[in-house]
Design a protein around this ligand. Structure first.
Ligand SMILES: NC(=O)c1ccc[n+]([C@@H]2O[C@H](COP(=O)([O-])OP(=O)(O)OC[C@H]3O[C@@H](n4cnc5c(N)ncnc54)[C@H](OP(=O)(O)O)[C@@H]3O)[C@@H](O)[C@H]2O)c1
Length: 270
């Protein structure tokens, strides 16, 4: 990728997307132009960031240069979208803007950035370890080259799924909110181990190994989740006793509703 790329908001997720591309020399630091809100973040990036990218504070005269870049990654928090205004007199009217903002629709993006072809992306935090999931919804008239560029941003660190925009809210609920839901499950199960007398660290380790092992078993033996459940549930045994408690406490329903709720919340941002 030899083109200039602007990063509007260089926080956790932008960092996770761009740093591996710089590490692998797929983009050159001199071609990256990023803008952040605070002086503190500006200084931190200048002082500590391992690649010598161009960085500016929003509102400064120099920061306007970002609007000359053909490709832009919008990675601020959704509530700060109102502070971003498309530059005046754009030389090119066929720029690409890739947004990772939770719940902000392509329609809203296109209204805010009329000189850009807009793409809405949902990605998740495991991209920081190269195991992300990225859902992409293409706006109107995005060119083949712009599609290729967008995929290149994410394909190193995540599996890519292309959807119509309608599916992005539920994709976000499952994949982007999902890590927090799983973390809560891990924490709760290991508290169970703690209650039974295991040290916290050991208990947490056992839970994570058990989850990884269970996933491997399902995948390698091509089991359905019901088949796996039946495999370890013997009549009158310990597992059915555990599952009975979960059903009594409506855990299954609570998990379903948690995903639906995250999806509805995402829709509220649109
Ligand atoms: N966190 C997740 O798990 C996750 C997952 C997928 C997608 N997302 C989405 O990714 C986006 C970014 O999330 P994040 O966790 O990376 O947020 P973050 O770490 O808070 O980063 C936000 C960045 O935006 C900058 N910013 C704020 N106002 C700005 C302005 N007016 N002009 C330019 N830059 C500005 C901030 O600068 P300062 O540091 O100077 O304030 C910061 O660099 C969100 O929209 C979120 O929905 C998040």
């Amino acid at each position: 990728m030899t083109d200039k790329i602007a990063i509007i908001g260089f926080g956790n997720i932008a960092n996770a997307i761009i740093t591996p591309l710089l590490d692998k020399k797929l983009i050159q630091p001199e071609n990256v132009y990023c803008v952040v809100n605070s002086k503190k973040s500006l200084e931190k990036i200048k002082k500590n960031y391992k690649h010598n990218i161009n960085v500016y504070q929003s509102g400064s005269k120099e920061s306007k240069i970002i609007w000359d870049c053909q490709f832009k990654l919008l990675s601020i928090k959704p509530q700060h979208l109102q502070d971003i205004n498309e530059g005046d007199n754009l030389k090119d009217k066929n720029n690409l803007l890739v947004s990772i903002l939770a719940g902000v629709s392509i329609n809203r993006l296109t209204q805010k950035f009329p000189n850009h072809k807009c793409v809405r992306v949902v990605t998740n935090i495991p991209i920081t370890v190269g195991k992300g999931l990225t859902g992409i919804a293409w706006g109107e008239k995005v060119s083949k080259d712009q599609e290729i560029f967008t995929k290149k941003l994410f394909e190193n660190t995540s599996k890519i799924y292309e959807f119509s925009e309608d599916y992005l809210d539920i994709f976000l609920a499952l994949t982007s909110s999902g890590p927090a839901i799983v973390a809560l499950i891990i924490e709760s199960l290991s508290d169970g181990g703690l209650s039974g007398g295991l040290p916290k660290i050991l208990s947490e380790e056992l839970v994570m190994e058990m989850i990884q092992g269970t996933i491997s078993l399902i995948k390698e033996n091509k089991l359905t989740t019901s088949e796996l459940k039946n495999l370890v549930t013997s009549p009158g045994g310990t597992t059915i006793s555990a599952l009975r408690v979960l059903e009594k406490k409506s855990v299954r329903s609570a998990l379903i509703e948690s995903v639906v709720s995250a999806s509805n919340r995402s829709k509220e941002f649109s």
